[in-house]
Design a protein around this ligand. Sequence first.
Ligand SMILES: *[C@@H]1O[C@H](CO)[C@@H](O)[C@H](O)[C@H]1NC(C)=O
Ligand SMILES: *[C@@H]1O[C@H](CO)[C@@H](O)[C@H](O)[C@H]1NC(C)=O
Ligand SMILES: *[C@@H]1O[C@H](CO)[C@@H](O)[C@H](O)[C@H]1NC(C)=O
Ligand SMILES: *[C@@H]1O[C@H](CO)[C@@H](O)[C@H](O)[C@H]1NC(C)=O
Length: 528
Amino acid sequence: MRSTLYAVLWCALVAAAQCSFQKKCSKLARELQVKNATVWFSEFVAAGTNLSFPDTDPSCGQASLVVNVDFCRVAVYVATSSRSGISMEAWLPSDWTGRFLSTGNGGLNGCLSYDDMAYAVELGFSTVGANNGHNGTSGAPFLNNPDVVEDFAWRSVHTNTVVGKQISQAFYHRKHKKSYYLGCSTGGRQGFKSAQSFPEDFDGIVAGAPALDFNNLNSWSGHFYGLTGPVGSPTYLTPEQWNAVHADILAQCDGLDGYVDGILEDPEICQYRPENLICPPGASDTSANSSTCITGTQAGTVRAMFSDLHGSGGALVYPRMQPGSELLGTPYIYYAGTPFSYSADWFRYAVYNDPEWDPATLGPDDYAFSDALNPSDIRTFSGDLSAFRSRGAKILHYHGQMDQIITSAISPRYYDLVARTMGLPSSALDDFYRFFRISGMGHCTGGPGAASIGQGRAAAASLDPDQNVLTALVRWVEKDEAPDTILGTAFSGDGEVVFRRRHCRYPLRNRYTGEGDPQDPDSWECIL
Ligand SMILES: *[C@@H]1O[C@H](CO)[C@@H](O)[C@H](O)[C@H]1NC(C)=O
Ligand SMILES: *[C@@H]1O[C@H](CO)[C@@H](O)[C@H](O)[C@H]1NC(C)=O
Ligand SMILES: *[C@@H]1O[C@H](CO)[C@@H](O)[C@H](O)[C@H]1NC(C)=O
Ligand SMILES: *[C@@H]1O[C@H](CO)[C@@H](O)[C@H](O)[C@H]1NC(C)=O
């Protein structure tokens, strides 16, 4: 009783605006009418709340996070077919800029990107995220259900965006002014899928480390196990040997950009020769962990890892792993001597519908079969962005040059495909599509380079559009000021700024001028 009275007084006198926002939010669940949708709840979340996600699949690894603005949280289920649907949330800030933003997913998941949602809602976007049609990180829900695959391939992001815009409009009683997308990895692929197939959905897209040419990507990411064999095979290298390979790559290629700092500005120009590391006659046991030299057989493994993958007809399946990321991947991922789980799941549950399929048998016939099958047209490798371009939308593409999961070599390959398909040189592509190569960045984030470019909340060194891909995109869309470079920041483990460097847009590459402090961005230049 007393608390009700207090609430009434508080609403009347102290914080009327916030109070009416709260009321509007709690009413939304009852009033919202969306086709095929069930609204679970709408609840006010006060700035500083430590949100936890007890209903989220534990494999998503999202325990809790603190959001620093007031917002209305809405949770909805939308049926996408009689046997599939998406779980989505809309986060609607009290201090709304009039902008809408949709987030993407990662790997084969199944997990709302709550961190990206927190980032965007704090910046005043009405923000949505969805579970991509299934829960958790495993591909098992694809088994014998092409509708769940369809959600994963394109329908979750598109539905989430269409429904999210409706929810935003119902809540604020006006339409959003501009619509944005932010995603990396699978999220980067989802961004390009939107640009290719749903050009009306977004005015601006940030697409990082995109999982382009998705069928072939899974063949490529699965093929490393065939190169290394299991741990202990003659073809397998120990983590210590990968250390030696990495050091040798730097010895051969680090100076190509004019400055030796452990970072290859342009790994494309590194043609690494592993035969340099072959043990001299009489060297001690080369399979021991302490070994820093390798056998001729192991040099064959290394050379194959850094070579393009071709199929049985000789056609390119996927471009090579870029040299330089070995330590970010060691002893994990492609160097671990174990099958790569995303690739194994994709073939088992989406391609063959056979949970017993053995990833050790992966070969050229599987590459050809899966690419021809192309479930739900997931490929995402169309070079035609003309519909996206003609409505004035913009795409900002970035890729870490030390990506240990999706080779950065796929990104220039796609950019060049767009150039050929649309018949446009970079001077014209620059009007709507810009691609930045981020040296020293791992997969979406991390790495020793100036890898904080605003691609996520933890990687936002600054909101200055010269230093932040998201605010740069907003400036580009709304003021037609396109980013020429992206100024990245490198942090030490304890959060100190180590250096900053400007990343160039493709096809330009970054080079130390040879003069001035190499830690100073002005000592570097973008050259052709
Ligand atoms: C948020 O709550 C979780 C428990 O649900 C706790 O582990 C975490 O430390 C809290 N975070 C902060 C910043 O207080
Ligand atoms: C996913 O989890 C949500 C709870 O977070 C649940 O409502 C939904 O039914 C689940 N979806 C599937 C496909 O299991
Ligand atoms: C509603 O669901 C049905 C299948 O259950 C589907 O055919 C239809 O396209 C959906 N409508 C919308 C607006 O998503
Ligand atoms: C090499 O290291 C692995 C773990 O990385 C360990 O299991 C193995 O026993 C080591 N072998 C030798 C010869 O030290």
